[in-house]
Ligand binder design. Structure first.
Ligand code: SAM
Length: 250
């Protein structure tokens, strides 16, 4: 089965990387059905205007509601008649985009993305859309991009690699940093490949030992150490019960 993805943007060419690598292959294999739409095709003036000055004053411009409204109508009409998409709105003021949210979205058959430019989209567009479909406003991190297209690339890639049949090895996302289960609130530790010696540096001996129990314990220790060093905020979420579960799962 195939996950349908619609993206409405003023820069469809910004989404070109969706043809490359893992996401491109998922499309080629029919796991992802991606439709890009140019927001300006729903403008009706010669300048194809999508923005205007903000009510209440202040710097910057705001995206006009009319083109977005018509674009979302068209997206709704283009997909399966018995379904509505989940509308994903990238915005720095949204809930954090996490591995957990990626999993939740990967389970849905149809996603529509509304990446904005300028200071964002007129609020009424989001409110009106929410009367017709589920809406998720989400941020990919605590910084401000010039537009939401890069955020869409980030999210589609995170979602695509969770779809069944997209990754060569279905197990390979199970041990990722943040993966629900044993890796929840944990970062993955360092990884190594051949040769065993390189520029005078050796691969940690335990990894060559063939002892799966020792290797699992070493990886767990590395994951704890790296999380303590780089993400003390995650350590605050460790719970004794959860810790036990990690021990058992590892
Ligand atoms: N004035 C807005 C604010 O402070 O929340 C910033 C708007 S930003 C210049 C333009 C667009 O880029 C946003 O509407 C959103 O689509 C996208 N964007 C910027 N930063 C983002 C982030 N951290 N996560 C997701 N989308 C982001």
């Amino acid at each position: 089965e195939s996950t349908r993805i619609d993206v409405v943007t003023i820069f469809p060419e910004y989404l070109e990387p969706l043809n490359v690598s893992l996401v491109g292959k998922a499309r080629a294999r029919g796991r992802l059905d991606v439709h890009l739409h140019d927001l300006r095709s729903w403008t009706h003036d010669v300048h194809r205007t999508v923005d205007d000055t903000p009510y209440g004053g202040g710097p910057g411009m705001v995206m006009k509601p009319e083109p977005w409204g018509e674009a979302l109508d068209a997206v709704l009409a283009a997909g399966p008649a018995d379904q509505v998409p989940t509308l994903v709105v990238p915005t720095p003021s949204g809930v954090p985009f996490t591995q957990e949210l990626a999993q939740e979205l990967a389970a849905r058959p149809w996603l529509a993305f509304a990446p904005a430019r300028y200071e964002g989209i007129d609020r009424r567009v989001i409110e009106e859309a929410a009367t017709r479909m589920p809406v998720v406003e989400t941020s990919i991190g605590d910084y401000v991009l010039a537009g939401g297209e890069v955020a869409v690339l980030v999210m589609v890639e995170a979602i695509a690699r969770l779809l069944p049949g997209v990754l060569g090895n279905a197990e390979s996302h199970r041990d990722d940093s943040f993966a629900p289960g044993a890796m929840a609130d944990l970062l993955e530790g360092p990884v190594y490949t051949k040769p065993a010696q390189w520029r005078g540096r050796e691969v940690p001996e335990v990894l060559l030992s063939g002892n799966h129990g020792l290797i699992a314990r070493w990886r767990r220790e590395q994951a704890f150490a790296r999380t303590l060093a780089n993400r003390p905020d995650l350590v605050g979420r460790w719970q004794l019960g959860g810790f036990d579960k990690k021990e058992r799962a590892a």
